[in-house]
Design a protein around this ligand. Structure first.
Ligand code: NDP
Length: 343
């Protein structure tokens, strides 16, 4: 291989990502070993993780990370393998997770690499899912912000996604009763039959509002919000006094040119709700302890997971990201950039 491809930001979308316009694929010469400086490695991407938050990174706006600049390789987390190394800590053949972005190859400094540790009953892709950013987000959002207690009634939106599916399972491990909200009947069945959620509702069903009111008649202690929009309003209307609203994300609003806030916001006052946003990166110093516990739960079969893996290489990433907002995934969505057998 003398060249490799990477996907660069070409144009900031006004609302939705436009296929063939937002990103551009470019070919680059493969770096030579002599291009590596001490402490650097050449990483070949195996899996690229796709996250709803990526849409926000394309906006030229103040946020928790700087926007991706026009012309830059699109930001993204991935799992790869070290192909050349000037780091004794990361010899050739080491599996690593890194934020190399939408690229087949990247030179990465060792301080930006994590060795992938596969727990018992685990697999390589766990490093992007339960043992990656989304698993950690579920863990810290629920445990630190949600403060779950046995008997609490927890409602999770985006429940069949990478984050939501772990939130619900951790809530069960903490002795809570869990209602998950997802966009298809098949996802709802997976939540209840395979993951052990107590209830699940399809928010696209015509009678969803009525079913939601019935399912939450005991009122909500913790609402873990991945989607915002109308469902957040409905959850506010069913909050118990002193409920905790864990504000993790707002997928329903990411592609909207103007974001809509909750209409029912005065319930926050009348029900003394604690509504708190968080960014998982703030918990970095506690990742090792959380990863140990999550890995233990995987080993014991207490946390189950599914991935949606799009095959076909990096060229599939743009369409897969567009399809993420249409609910194409169950569990973590990733693109297979290089088949594991060929990496
Ligand atoms: P998911 O795996 O949950 O994928 C997104 C899912 O959202 C889709 O599968 C789809 O499923 C659902 N969805 C899409 N559009 C809508 C809509 N309009 N209304 C309701 N649901 C919709 O993604 P992640 O687990 O990666 O991310 C979940 C949330 O966590 C996001 O908001 C993300 O930004 C946030 N996040 C926050 C972090 C933090 O530090 N605060 C860190 C990481 C993620 P369905 O079929 O059910 O519609």
């Amino acid at each position: 291989m003398s060249t490799y491809t990477a996907v660069h930001l070409a144009k900031r979308p006004k609302s939705r990502i436009v296929a063939g316009e937002t990103f551009v694929t470019k070919t680059h010469p493969v770096p030579k070993e002599s291009d590596l400086k001490d402490g650097e490695v050449l990483v070949q991407t195996i899996y690229l993780g796709l996250d709803p938050a990526m849409r926000g990174w394309l906006n030229d706006a103040r946020s928790y990370v700087p926007p991706v600049q026009i012309g830059e390789v699109m930001r993204g987390s991935g799992i790869g393998v070290v192909k050349a190394s000037k780091s004794p800590s990361f010899p050739i053949g080491t599996n690593v997770s890194t934020m190399a972005g939408w690229t087949e190859l990247a030179i990465v400094k060792e301080k930006h690499l994590e060795k992938v540790e596969i727990p018992q009953n685990g697999k390589l892709t766990d490093a992007l899912g339960v043992l990656g950013i989304t698993g950690l987000t579920a863990y810290f959002g629920l445990i630190d912000i949600g403060q779950p207690k046995p008997g609490d009634f927890v409602v999770v939106s985006g429940a069949a996604g990478a984050t939501g599916s772990v939130v619900g399972q951790i809530a069960k491990l903490k002795g809570c009763t869990v209602l998950g909200l997802a966009g298809t009947d098949a996802k709802c069945s997976w939540l209840v039959d395979d993951l052990g959620f107590d209830f699940a509702l399809n928010y696209k069903a015509p009678n969803f509002a009525q079913m939601f009111r019935a399912a939450t008649k005991g009122l909500i202690d913790i609402y873990f919000d991945n989607v915002g929009g109308e469902i957040l309003d409905m959850a506010l209307a069913r909050a118990k006094p002193h409920a905790r609203f864990v504000m993790c994300g707002g997928i329903s609003q990411y592609n909207e040119p103007v974001q809509k806030g909750p209409k029912n916001y005065l319930v926050i006052v009348s029900m003394r709700i604690k509504m708190q946003g968080f960014i998982v990166f703030d918990y970095q110093d506690q990742y090792p302890q959380a990863l140990r516990e999550l890995a233990q739960w995987i080993s014991e079969g207490k946390i189950k997971r599914k991935e949606t893996i799009v095959k076909g290489g990096l060229k599939e990433a743009e369409q897969a990201l567009i399809d993420l907002y249409k609910g194409m995934n169950t569990g973590k969505l990733m693109v297979e950039v290089t088949p594991e057998s060929k990496a």
